[in-house]
Design a protein around this ligand. Structure first.
Ligand code: ADP
Ligand code: MG
Length: 242
């Protein structure tokens, strides 16, 4: 059974159709990279999966549960999905530890101590233990993004959604975030990531999906899609950016 299954997703913004009957399945432990021109709907798709946007038609299932059923509580779904954006969105007035434990404390109403223990363990695992008490502005962009990823991991999500997580970073800081994502993959995390960096997609993805006209029009292993794209639109896109 798929961890994520999207069927016939349709999403429009005031008449502008962004997703137009999109299908996507993601298996457990699979890493899927979404590629496509700017404005092709990669971010919109991730936001729909996390129920940050309401879809106009279609269905989304997470672990077999129909999460776009209007009776479903979105907060409960979001606890099972970690999402990380291009801009790390850390609260500047809060320490790293408080940033990381904010969601579990709020959503789960768990004991603060338990949330902090888990957060410290996760921070230690990515070499940020000594930064727990620091404020975000004392951290490099790469460290801030790693903290944002840790924050998305505290609920032990079933699925991680990563939206252009290396795009805002200076080139020399991209590597440490990539390493963290590769480690997550090695641990078996199921992930969907949107990226315009084909090198990144090639390195971490099991499968690349090319979005065009609101649908996935071509997909396959990165080596296949990048080396021998079959759809003219994919060829055109790759030709333009590589
Ligand atoms: P991508 O991430 O592939 O660059 P997006 O999903 O961000 O694409 O955007 C797809 C299209 O949807 C764009 O034309 C964008 O302007 C539009 N769009 C995205 N979010 C909104 C919104 N909240 N309101 C109106 N239009 C939006
Ligand atoms: Mg985007």
């Amino acid at each position: 059974m798929s961890v994520l299954s999207c069927r016939g997703l349709r999403k429009e913004f005031s008449g502008h159709v962004v997703l137009d009957g999109l299908d996507l399945d993601v298996a457990e432990h699979e890493v899927v990279a979404l590629i496509g021109a700017s404005g092709s709907g990669k971010s919109t798709l991730l936001r729909c999966v996390n129920l940050l946007e309401e879809i106009d038609d279609g269905t989304i299932h997470l672990d077999g549960e129909h999460i776009t059923d209007p009776r479903v509580n979105p907060d409960r779904v979001r606890q099972r999905i970690g999402i990380v954006f291009q801009s790390y969105n850390l609260f500047p007035h809060m320490t790293v530890l408080d940033n990381v434990t904010l969601a579990p404390r709020r959503v789960h109403r768990r004991e603060r101590a338990a949330a902090e223990a888990q957060a410290r363990e996760l921070l230690a695992r990515v070499g940020l233990a000594e930064k727990a008490g620091a404020y975000p502005d004392r951290l490099s962009g790469g460290q801030q993004q790693r903290v944002a990823i840790v924050r998305a991991l505290v609920n032990s999500p079933r699925l991680m959604l990563l939206d252009e997580v290396t795009s805002a970073l200076d080139p020399e800081l991209v590597g440490e975030v990539l390493t963290m994502i590769r480690d997550l993959k090695a641990q078996g995390m199921t992930m969907v990531l949107a990226t315009h960096e084909m090198g990144f997609a090639r390195q971490v993805a099991d499968r690349v999906c090319f979005l065009d006209g609101g649908k996935v029009i071509e997909q396959g292993p990165p080596e296949q899609v990048f080396a021998t794209p079959t759809h003219p639109r994919t060829r055109q896109f790759l030709h333009r950016i590589i």
